[in-house]
Ligand binder design. Structure first.
Ligand code: FAD
Length: 422
């Protein structure tokens, strides 16, 4: 089915499909799939129960597979909760109401440990508002929150991205709204490389979601067994007509990989403290082996060349326009009518927004000469910083795309396609 995908991935600096798979299978997939299991990367803070700003009849999917389970009490890393208490603290509060970052009495410590999401009483929920979470972060590609959101911590490992039964008109309405937003931006911007990048990135994300739901399908509801649904996989991603979607998945992977490599110095120096010393040490080691691997990009030194974008006379205006369009897409995510889909949709759009923020924070990259060795990752621009949730979303997004490439190769081989040959 993917025999159409040969040679280089369009828009990606001569990286071939074969090189992408080699990089993924040898260097990225084995590491990043372990990294996302660590305490730091498995808890994502997100507002799931929020109003849809677009349609009044926003019904939610009531199937069991659609819902998310929140974190167990006491599960969320304590340093994170402690920092939030500090972040929210107005002067002179008490344990229960206004919080004290330096609270060290026994009563306060107990209070702190017990104030963890799932069991949040209504009063506490109120206090969680205004915290930086999925929104409200310093990211020009994310819509601002309205300051009235309630965030929960979700353990991603307990809520895997897989088939949920969310489909039909409701799901189509979301995808249509997303592609219409892109089409409007494209009409306004004209057929330019930037708008094409934007479309391919979102389409690649859509392909990745389709790959996961086809690969982890509910095969037997009574027994609760999950596995690949080859018909669904073939229908969505295995036909010659779907080759463009699969190509967009490769493109999106390369763009995100480039962003992760570029943010290498920031990620290497990140504060991975979750209070679990051994696990945090493993996190740092895995981050190091993902980033400090000279062999990783040998066959594809520059996975994506962001320096070629926003160059023209109207570059700044175009960037503002596409930022506005992507912000709208982040708002559309509030309307996804299935909790689990919303969770992963929000995580992935934040991941994309983070990749774009990293790539376009500075224009310091030039394509290496053909055959030249892989350049060291350029330092991120001085004003670039990442918040914890952004780092979590970015790395999980890379893991999603990486797993999709891995699954796509495996399932295509089962269908007897040529993907296994690339
Ligand atoms: P859809 O996937 O709904 O696609 C709609 C139309 O978009 C297609 O008819 C086609 O014209 C076009 N299209 C399809 N793929 C691409 C592509 N890659 N690039 C460009 N255009 C494309 N369902 C789950 O079971 N589990 C999930 O975790 C999940 N997460 C979701 C997250 C979000 C944000 C959304 C909006 C939906 C999610 N869904 C999930 C639903 C799922 O994506 C599909 O909408 C559903 O399975 C119905 O699929 P479909 O075959 O009708 O086509």
């Amino acid at each position: 089915p993917t025999c159409h995908l040969q040679g280089a991935v369009d828009d990606c600096c001569n990286c071939t499909y074969a090189a992408v798979h080699e990089i993924n299978e040898r260097h990225v997939h084995p590491v990043v799939s372990e990294l996302v299991k660590t305490a730091f990367f498995r808890y994502f803070k997100v507002n799931i129960y929020c109003d849809c700003p677009l349609w009044p009849d926003d019904s939610m999917c009531s199937l069991r597979a659609c819902s998310v389970c929140e974190c167990e009490e006491g599960e969320v890393p304590k340093p994170w909760l402690a920092a939030e208490r500090g972040f929210r603290a107005p002067a002179g509060g008490d344990c229960h109401g206004a919080r004290q970052p330096d609270c060290n009495t026994a009563d306060c410590a107990i209070e702190m440990e017990s104030q963890v999401d799932q069991t949040l009483e209504p009063g506490m929920k109120k206090k969680l508002r205004h915290l930086k979470g999925w929104r409200g972060i310093n990211n020009p590609w994310m819509a601002d929150g309205d300051g009235d959101e309630e965030y929960l911590y979700i353990n991603l490992l307990n809520n895997p991205e897989r088939y949920t039964g969310y489909k039909g008109e409701h799901a189509h309405r979301i995808w249509s709204a997303i592609y219409d937003t892109i089409a409007c931006a494209r009409d306004a911007a004209g057929e330019c490389a930037e708008a094409r990048v934007f479309y391919r990135l979102v389409s690649g994300m859509h392909s990745s979601i389709s790959t996961h739901l086809s690969a982890y399908w509910l095969l037997d509801e009574e027994k609760g067994s999950w596995g690949p649904n080859m018909e669904e996989f073939e229908r969505r991603l295995g036909t010659p007509e779907a080759a463009e979607r699969v190509s967009n998945l490769h493109f999106a992977y390369l763009l995100v990989l480039r962003a992760v490599v570029k943010a290498g110095p920031l990620l290497a120096g990140f504060d991975y403290d979750t209070g679990l010393r051994d696990e945090d040490r493993a996190t740092r080691e895995l981050v190091k082996s993902l980033l400090a691997n000279p062999a990783m990009l040998q066959s594809c030194p520059l996975p994506f060349d962001e320096a070629r974008l926003w160059k023209g006379q109207h570059g700044a205006a175009l960037k503002a326009q596409l930022q506005g369009a992507f912000k709208n897409i982040t708002r559309i995510m509030d309307c996804v009518g299935c909790e689990k889909c919303k969770l992963w949709g929000k995580l992935q759009t934040l991941g994309v927004a983070t990749a774009l923020k990293i790539l376009f924070a500075s224009h310091d990259c030039a394509a290496p000469a053909p055959g030249a060795p892989a350049p060291p990752p350029p330092p991120p621009s001085e004003d670039l910083s990442l918040e914890r949730n952004e780092a979590i979303a970015l790395v999980n997004l890379l893991a999603r795309f990486s797993n999709s490439l891995h699954l796509h190769r495996e399932l295509s081989a089962r269908l007897g396609g040529a993907a296994a040959a690339v």
